[in-house]
Write a protein of this length. Structure first.
Length: 319
């Protein structure tokens, strides 16, 4: 059986869309490949599942290492450098050389720098978001120009140095990579969670409810949350129930919804699609962000209408 080294910036689990996509991809790949999973991450999140034919190597990055990386690589945006460590890069090089993999996959551009230390192999780079687009939308008038140009320079340099196939997840990002950086990329498939396919609709009763589903640590999702409760919630009929689904609900958010009628905090659950499928609407109006919005795809796959804007639906082809 062929072997793959799969290097990721975030542990595969169900706590965010990108991590859940990684989980689904590893599950699919492990059917035909032996996979060594290298998680290079400074968070305390755990790997969601260990599939057959999959081994785990966890490289933790401390806060001190992150600061040093940012200082020594000050000419690049910290998002691309704070997970990089020269000693871990040399250790990774040694492991990959010893194991003689058929291919090396780099998942998330935050860890692409490690590729420079990996011997010549078949290399695949999975770009979940074009980061420049994310920062170009930041509403910081004084620093916006500097930050967006700095991000543009960093991302262009890093992607240009990569020797292998760049894979994006939608046609919009394919066009961005081509037009911004003059680079060729390939469009990969977005694999949806198996839990959506296994929903038993015969036992699900449609409710007069609205779902908000997100990784709530992300600022663009917090902005959506407060926009909903300031602009939309006051006009809802008293019979409408509101589900708040996903990890990372802050203390401020909890206080904000305390006492609000018909608002149900679900938080993180392994199968959020039960709540989404029985809701009439998924609210997903976003003002920032990049890449394809997986929660929109998942909601549509559940048969739930989505209220969104241009940012919500970008990258999704509707025929």
């Amino acid at each position: 059986m062929r072997r793959i080294a799969f290097i990721t910036a975030f542990p595969p689990n169900k706590k965010s869309a990108g991590q859940n996509l990684t989980l689904a991809l590893l599950k699919s790949l492990s059917k035909n490949f032996e996979i060594d999973l290298y998680v290079i991450d400074h968070n305390k999140d755990d790997v969601g599942f260990i599939y057959q034919n999959l081994k785990l190597f966890n490289f933790k990055i401390s806060k001190f290492e992150r600061i040093l990386n940012t200082i020594f690589l000050i000419f690049l945006h910290p998002l691309f450098t704070n997970r990089f460590n020269i000693f871990k890069a040399l250790k990774l090089r040694k492991l990959i050389t010893l194991n003689n993999y058929d291919a090396v996959v780099f998942n998330f551009s935050q860890i692409f720098l490690y590729s420079l230390f990996i011997p010549s192999k078949t290399k695949i780079y999975i770009v979940h978001d074009v980061i420049y687009q994310l920062f170009d939308r930041k509403r910081i008038p004084i620093f916006k120009y500097f930050i967006s140009k700095f991000t543009f320079f960093s991302e262009k340099l890093i992607l240009s140095l990569m020797k292998g196939k760049i894979v994006v997840l939608n046609y919009k990002d394919y066009e961005l990579v081509k037009n911004l950086y003059g680079l060729k990329s390939y469009i990969g498939r977005v694999l949806l969670d198996d839990a959506i396919l296994s929903l038993d609709y015969s036992n699900l009763e449609l409710e007069n409810s609205i779902s908000l589903f997100a990784s709530w640590k992300r600022k663009e999702n917090q902005e959506m949350f407060f926009y909903f409760f300031e602009k939309i919630y006051p006009h809802l009929d008293n019979s409408v129930k509101v589900y708040i689904i996903g990890s990372g609900i802050s203390e401020e958010m909890e206080k904000y919804i305390t006492g609000k009628k018909n608002v149900v905090k679900i938080g993180f659950v392994e199968n959020p699609y039960i709540y989404i499928a029985k809701s009439k609407i998924m609210f997903a109006v976003l003002f920032k962000g990049a890449g394809i919005k997986v929660k929109v795809l998942e909601s549509l796959a559940c048969g739930t209408y989505v209220i969104g804007n241009e940012v919500s639906f970008e990258g999704i082809d509707f025929d």
